[in-house]
Design a protein around this ligand. Structure first.
Ligand code: NI
Length: 179
């Protein structure tokens, strides 16, 4: 396993629509998921999308028991989600603060669907079909946005709600990740 470099906003590879994964349960896919997991954990991230390490595939990982960058967030199951489809189950939106490992040092308040269904496949090709609310729903929408070239600032209706993490959340330890 290898900690990979995380691309930052401005890199055109973060603005592409990613390709579908067509082969499952292969050594290459297992290595990619292992590298992404190690990279996410090293950065204290809540999730990571393949395009963030320069891999043009519809693959995201997310999940944590407790995340020091989002200390108030409820646990989210560790998940590898491939070729995802998100369906809002109501039109209700929640506002919440987000950071992104590709947008280091900043947080922004982003509206997301409060209640979603998400479907896709795991690394072995098994079907994932879940409902999610709260931070879980937010993480899934944030990560899957990376697969269509969207970074969270482009989802913000009010850019006065974008700021430096160190100013907005001085209680967070910068050693826990420069998100
Ligand atoms: Ni992100």
């Amino acid at each position: 396993m290898t900690v990979r470099e995380i691309l930052k906003m401005g890199d055109p590879r973060l603005l592409k629509v990613a390709q579908a994964v067509t082969e499952f349960d292969t050594p290459e896919l297992r290595r990619l998921v292992a590298d992404m997991l190690e990279t996410m954990v090293a950065a204290h991230g809540a999730g990571l999308a393949a395009p963030q390490i320069g891999v043009d595939l519809q693959l995201v990982i997310f999940g944590f028991e407790h995340n020091q960058r989002y200390p108030d967030a409820e646990p989210v199951p560790m998940t590898t989600l491939i070729n995802p489809v998100i369906t809002p189950l109501s039109q209700a939106l929640d506002d919440g603060w987000e950071g992104c490992l590709s947008v280091p040092g900043l947080r922004g308040k982003v509206p997301r669907f409060a209640h979603i269904r998400y479907q896709g496949l795991d690394g072995s090709g098994a079907v994932i079909d879940r409902e999610a609310t709260g931070f879980h729903a937010r993480v899934v929408q944030h990560e899957c946005d990376h697969l269509i070239g969207r970074l969270y600032p482009t989802r913000m209706p009010d850019l006065t709600q974008l700021g430096f993490t160190s100013v907005l959340f001085p209680e967070l330890d910068p050693a826990d990740g420069d998100d």
